[in-house]
Ligand binder design. Structure first.
Ligand code: C5P
Length: 311
């Protein structure tokens, strides 16, 4: 299957935060089972894709300096898609406007890869079902399937392929804090967690899908969500301990590290905290700490894909 005309698509690629993240034992395949609450946020990258039929099968990526094209997760996604639809002679060019920090635990790369799969699938006339796209997505990365389903909130289990959506509250505000000047490697964070053998810190029985739904709908002051990577990131920098203590002092806020770090997120029900928090946090902060304030609500459920056909 191929294209007869050149097509372009433009799409927003949203980040996620993990409000809760538990990690199981290391499996035989080297991965870990997770039990997590994923929440999309309105921080996004823009991705523009052009597909030209009957070319040389070249995939080009613009806008990601410092990462070799073939090492980019979007390259892998595009290449797998083209093989699946037997269109390996088509040329694909991807241009990304990057805003989601790398190595931040915000799923930026995973979201980008899912966006490439979804956009290409639309451009090629939806040859793959959502289920097939999700399977391709899992072979690209563990967090990629979540972004295929385009749900704002979900409990995510297995390696990342078991996704059970929840209804988004829509009344949440968030602040995303970047305490380190560099990101944290997911693989390295998992290795450190294995070394620490602290994976059983949170009893699994305390958290079920129903309990997650119930807790998510409680005031954030009552949230008891946890992240098993807490001790790992606290080992990286004492800034995380400071952030957890700010969150614990503020009864109107919930705070946690997202994913395996490096970002820390604060969530509240009133937007006002964002400005106050910036001041409070910056008081004791060093220069290299950046803060970006993002809303967790008002997310477009279905952002529009612009498809153009040219000669
Ligand atoms: O799947 P992904 O390529 O994003 O994973 C990066 C690394 O993180 C894996 O190689 C593995 O070491 C670790 N990982 C894991 N269990 C998961 C997800 C990731 O051990 N569920």
């Amino acid at each position: 299957m191929g294209l007869s005309l050149t097509k372009s698509g433009l799409r927003k690629s949203y980040a996620k935060v993990n409000l809760h993240l538990q990690i199981g034992e290391r499996r035989e395949d080297g991965y870990h089972d997770i039990f997590s609450l994923f929440h999309l946020v309105d921080l996004c990258d823009d991705i523009e894709i052009t597909a030209v039929p009957h070319g040389t099968g070249r995939i080009t990526i613009r806008g990601m300096k410092g990462i070799r094209e073939r090492d980019n997760i979007m390259w892998k996604a595009a290449s797998l898609f083209l093989s699946s639809v037997k269109a390996t002679a088509d040329d694909i060019s991807i241009t990304i406007t990057k805003r989601i920090p790398l190595g931040g635990g915000l799923g930026g790369g995973s979201s980008n890869a899912a966006t490439v799969l979804l956009t290409l699938n639309e451009m090629y006339g939806t040859p793959l079902t959502e289920q097939s796209l999700a399977e391709l997505a899992l072979s690209v990365g563990s967090d990629v399937p979540f972004f295929i389903y385009r749900v704002p909130v979900a409990v995510v289990e297995g390696r990342g392929e078991v996704i059970t959506p929840l209804k988004a509250r829509g009344d949440l505000f968030g602040s995303i804090v970047l305490p380190l000047s560099e990101g944290i490697s997911t693989a390295q964070a998992f290795r450190k967690l294995d070394e620490r053998k602290e994976m059983t810190l949170i009893p699994r029985s305390l958290y079920t899908y129903n309990k997650m739904c119930h807790m998510y709908n409680q005031p954030v002051s009552e949230w008891l969500f946890k992240n098993d990577f807490r001790s790992v990131v606290e080992g990286y920098s004492k800034k995380y301990t400071e952030l957890y203590s700010i969150a614990e002092k503020r009864t109107d806020l919930f705070g946690t590290v997202s994913g395996s770090g490096a970002t820390f997120i604060f969530v509240g029900e009133e937007a006002e905290f964002q400005g106050e928090l910036t001041k409070e946090f910056l008081k004791g902060a060093t220069q290299d700490i950046n803060i970006s304030i993002k809303y967790l609500n008002n997310l477009p459920a279905n952002d529009t894909v612009i498809l153009e056909t040219s000669k």
